[in-house]
Design a protein around this ligand. Sequence first.
Ligand SMILES: C[S@@+](CC[C@H](N)C(=O)[O-])C[C@H]1O[C@@H](n2cnc3c(N)ncnc32)[C@H](O)[C@@H]1O
Length: 243
Amino acid sequence: MSQIKILLTINTMDQVREIFQLFNRISRKYDLVNHVLSFGLDVFWRWKACNKLCEYNGDKKVDRFLDVATGTGEIIRLCSKRFNCKFIGLDPAISMLKIAKENLEDAVLLNGTAEKIPLKNNSVDLIFVAFGIRNMEDRMKAFSEFHRVLKKGKYLAVLEFIHREDGGLFYHLSHLYIQKILPYLGGMITGDFKAYKYLASSIDSFISADMLHKEIESCGFKVKYVENLFPTVSIIIGRNEKD
Ligand SMILES: C[S@@+](CC[C@H](N)C(=O)[O-])C[C@H]1O[C@@H](n2cnc3c(N)ncnc32)[C@H](O)[C@@H]1O
């Protein structure tokens, strides 16, 4: 059953190219729109997830921190206050990376995808993916890549909009807002209605936190922590259980 869901959520090459172009188009107003449409909650969600990752890492030394789907570099900006290490941001959308470069002084920014990370095996100490996993062409490939480049016993944090079968009234209201109001407001601010329609539908068609948990574990991680930060947003922390 889970296999079918996984295969169905793999995007085609045309969809993939379209997704990269979409982020290139909205890059200049991306952060502003996020803050406006989420009433500033996106900042809180990233901050909360960063704190959790920090807590799990404890006092273990961190040399290299990889932020996958880094976009404009919000996660690196936030986490650089907590970790004194080398930061690497990875993203296929070049216009998003250009803004990240303006925002970040020392980070290394790589143009590439999560499904083929241009880094050596066992070369990073922490991985963060915020609001990026649902856009990926092939999540299982991405999780396997995270498992490959992350050192044994080290942590992966995934922050994402999730689907819930058991959502209460607040979940349904948030869902309604994302489907009906977000595409309209995002389109008004950026002039790109198509992009925000896609973003709303990618949230709508995404899987549950339980499914995500299973996918992460099937790629060699042990999920240590799951929290719903909001009815529609979850954080999952997994530890790399390499032999
Ligand atoms: C919604 S943005 C999130 C950006 C940032 N992490 C944040 O918290 O604001 C999603 C990002 O995922 C990137 N992305 C899309 N497909 C990807 C892939 N296959 N591998 C890595 N990043 C991808 C997009 O280019 C975009 O910058």
